[in-house]
Every structure is written in C-alpha cells, then in structure tokens.
Ligand binder design. Structure first.
Ligand code: ADP
Length: 216
C-alpha cells in the first residue's frame, strides 16, 4: 500500500529523514518509535504532503505522491485520517457536532451526516456522550472523539502522531485499544510514539527511527 524508496527530507541543511526505505501493507498496524526529534512526525507529514519530499519517492497504492499536483492533494488527503497529541476539538460544539462539522467540511450532505455520525460515535464507544461538550469529557474521551472525527471521511490510512502523549495510563490504553479495533476493521494504522511501554503492549510490527534513519 505504502512504499518509501530512499526518501530524504531536509530542513535547511540538516536531514530530518535520510534514505528511508519502508513498505507498509494494507491492513497493517505499525508503531513508529523513536526519541523526540527522531523524524516520526516528518515521516507522517510526507505521507500527507504537508511537507515536500526532497529525494526519493513515496508510493501510495502505486501512485507516486512525490510530485503530486496541488489539485490532486485533496484526493490524497481523503485517503488519510490524522490524530495528534494536541486534541483540537471545537470547544463550543458537542461531540456530535464536532464530528458532524468535519463531515460538513468534507462535503457530506446533512442526510448522510445524521446517519453516519451516530455510527462513528458508536464505533469509538461514545454514543452516550454525543451531546456533551469537550470540557465535559476526559482527555481519553476527547481523543476518541478526535479519532471519530478523523474517521468521518472513511480513510484507508490512519496516522496517529503521539495520540497518547497527554494522557494518563488508563486513558492512553483506551485510545490504543480503539486504534487496534479500527485496524481490525480494516484501516491501516501508523502510530508514532516515543513510549516504548505502549509499543511493547501492542505486539505489532515496530519500526525504530533514530536521527532520521530507520535502525530496525
Ligand atoms: P519527532 O516527530 O520524531 O519528534 P520530527 O519529525 O518532528 O521528530 O523532527 C525531526 C527533525 O526535524 C528534528 O531535528 C526537528 O528539529 C526537525 N524539524 C522538524 N520540523 C521542522 C521544521 N518545520 N523546520 C525545521 N526543522 C524541523
């Protein structure tokens, strides 16, 4: 599904990623581990083409995204969902409205939105919080709403960049369990984390990045 071929990314003169070769199959769950500054976020930003690929190629479903045209970026991004450490829900909107708003922006009709949002909230186990505002939810619940939002356009690939970074162990476990469930339902998941304990529990393929290189 995803193929990195000798991918290098520079920020100024320094290499944030160097000669990355990596194959990720459809339906895989990959944990990307490495210290802060290792290059995990940069790798994800290349997949969404938030950043340019300076050298090498990245293929997604055999499409080379290295030279993708600006007009084709929405097609690429429609395939991908993203969640971050920093959970940016709309504070004055309910859980339901947060997911609905993302769908509205993606161009879904109201008819579709009212049918789909409850299904997605059910999937993340928070249908009972649909009328709650972010300040009425725990950190883990907020992150699960953010995950629901990221799934609203039905991506085939979910990129989770330190999604448990601000959570305590209980909440972090809930988020990881949810990512595993989403993966089981068929979505490819790439999880970036510096937390080795989390990765050890997941028992899926692990890629280690150090100083912009894959070490094993
Ligand atoms: P990680 O996600 O593993 O913490 P990053 O991918 O954020 O690592 O960073 C990799 C390297 O690239 C670091 O040395 C970081 O300082 C540098 N870097 C990241 N983003 C930028 C940027 N926008 N401009 C300059 N340097 C950056």
């Amino acid at each position: 599904m995803i193929s990195f071929k000798k991918v290098t990314k520079y920020y100024g003169n320094s290499k944030a990623l160097q000669d990355i070769n990596l194959e990720i199959n459809h339906g895989e769950f990959i944990s990307l581990v490495g210290l802060s500054g290792a290059g995990k976020s940069t790798l994800m930003k290349l997949l969404t083409r938030e950043e340019d690929i300076d050298d090498g190629q990245i293929l997604i479903d055999n499409i080379d995204i290295s030279n993708i045209k600006k007009k084709d970026l929405p097609y690429l991004r429609r395939k991908i969902g993203m969640v971050f450490q920093d959970i940016k829900l709309l504070p004055k909107r309910t859980a339901f409205e947060n997911v609905a708003f993302a769908m509205e922006v993606s161009g879904y009709t109201m008819d579709k939105i009212v049918v789909e949002v409850p299904k997605i909230l059910e999937l993340v186990g928070l249908i009972h919080k649909k009328n709650n505002f972010p300040h009425e939810m725990s950190g883990g619940e907020k992150q699960r709403i953010a995950i629901a939002r990221s799934l609203s356009h039905r991506p085939v690939l979910l990129l989770a960049d330190e999604p448990t970074g601000n959570l305590d162990e209980v909440n972090a476990n809930e988020v990881i369990e949810l990512l595993l469930k989403i993966n089981k339902l068929g979505t490819t998941v790439v999880l970036a984390t510096h937390a080795a304990d989390i990765v050890n529990k997941i028992k899926k393929r692990v890629i280690t990045i150090e100083g912009g290189k894959i070490t094993f």
